[in-house]
Design a protein around this ligand. Structure first.
Ligand code: FMN
Length: 377
């Protein structure tokens, strides 16, 4: 099997894997897919370390990096101190978060940690174009980086041009057909069609409906289908919809290589596809995540409305750190898509990858048998 995207990037399988965990990224690339490292949480210096590691652990294969050039990023927050930013956060919101932490007995962070985390957060996580562009400079020193993806908006033209000069293909993500035009005009090489069922930031349109429309709008630009992929037969379906491959995220969270905590894995394996929901509670932008008391509290009718990006992330940053560190069972959540309903136990990246490919092959064969039988009638 060969699709346009596989030819473009020299891949052995039409599978892209987004992960914040370098071990997952390396294992997918080594297996013949395209591992793509999520980097929104890290500084340019940390990114350099991660890419050095990936260079050394991907044999003769290439990999990708996901930066975030959010269209609603606001540069004015950059370089602010904890006290500057605190002024933008309403007291009601602060009290809401404090009350939840108290109700579920989540311990405080050790003294001095709040400021440290905040500083790291402000340098690494505030999603301004300037910080993302700073991180993009690191990519050009690593020739094995073959794709750069941008969530939530297209990169500035000079970044796309520079990626192209360095042989890096640029990937944009869309949740609506009408967004494709902007990506086409901005010179994207590949477009990800991210359906409602996907983990992380998502729109309102189901992938089964979205992808054929994105394919039509994209013209000659290859499209990857994203959302809910946990089986090889879904990859076959994505190809049937006109996609050239799939862009996956949630399925890797259950692997032994993933960064997810044992409690998050336990929740993922126990979850049905109805146990995720789209909420603005993490970033202020709708993102699909595992249902928990934390997410449900934000979705309750009397909850304060989530703040716009990046204020919501700043508001909840400390609470998330406390939850991450102390793992309060009822509150713990994690970005995840509806595909969790098809994930039941921990395996490793290679096994997941091979299972996807085996079932893809079987499904293609079944389809061709069906076609053969129809032709004989
Ligand atoms: C834990 C997690 C974190 C994510 N973080 C990001 C991110 O930082 N940047 C991004 O472009 N996409 C992010 N995504 C979305 C993925 O890129 C991808 O679109 C999605 O996972 C595909 O749907 P699936 O999870 O159903 O496979 C995240 C997804 C998950 C599951």
């Amino acid at each position: 099997m060969q699709t346009e995207v596989m030819k473009m990037l020299g891949l052995e399988a039409p599978i892209f894997a987004f992960s914040h965990c370098r071990d997952v990224v390396a294992a997918v690339s080594r297996a013949g897919g395209m591992g793509v490292l999520g980097t929104t949480h890290i500084t340019a210096e940390q990114l350099e370390i991660e890419l050095d590691w990936l260079d050394a652990h991907t044999d003769d294969k290439s990999y990708g990096v996901d930066l975030m050039f959010a269209s609603n990023a606001r540069d004015e927050y950059e370089g602010m101190t904890i006290d500057d930013v605190d002024k933008f956060i309403p007291q009601e919101h602060r009290e809401f978060v404090d009350a939840l932490m108290k109700k579920f007995d989540v311990p405080e962070l050790p003294p001095g940690e709040r400021e440290k985390i905040f500083d790291e957060y402000m340098t690494g996580m505030i999603r301004t174009h300037r910080t993302a562009e700073g991180r993009s400079e690191v990519l050009y020193k690593h020739p094995k980086v073959k794709v750069m993806a941008s969530a939530l908006g297209v990169p500035p033209q000079r970044v796309t041009d520079k990626c192209h000069e360095h042989g890096i293909k640029v990937i944009g993500m869309v949740g609506r057909p009408k967004h494709v035009r902007r990506h086409r005009e901005a010179g994207m090489d590949i477009i990800v069609s991210a359906g409602h069922e996907a983990g992380g930031h998502v729109g309102e349109i189901a992938g089964f409906v979205l992808t054929p429309q994105v394919v039509e709008e994209a013209g000659s630009i290859p499209v990857l289908h994203a959302g809910g992929i946990a089986r090889g037969k879904q990859i076959a379906a994505a190809l049937a919809l006109g996609a050239q491959g799939v862009w996956t995220g949630t399925i890797w969270l259950g692997t032994s290589e993933a960064e997810t905590t044992p409690l998050v894995k336990e929740k993922i394996f126990a979850a049905t596809s109805a146990d995720t929901l789209r909420s603005k509670c993490g970033t202020g932008h709708p993102a699909r995540r595992l249902r928990s008391a934390w997410v449900e509290a934000w979705e309750a009718e009397d909850a304060p409305k989530a703040l716009p990006m990046p204020l919501q992330s700043i508001l909840v940053n400390e609470a998330l750190e406390r939850m991450d560190r102390y793992q309060p069972r009822e509150l713990v959540s994690y970005p995840a898509g509806q595909g969790v309903g098809m994930m039941h136990q921990q395996t490793d990246v290679r096994s997941v990858f091979l299972e996807l490919l085996t079932e893809l092959g079987e499904t293609m064969e079944n389809m061709s048998n069906i076609c053969g039988a129809l032709n004989e009638e």
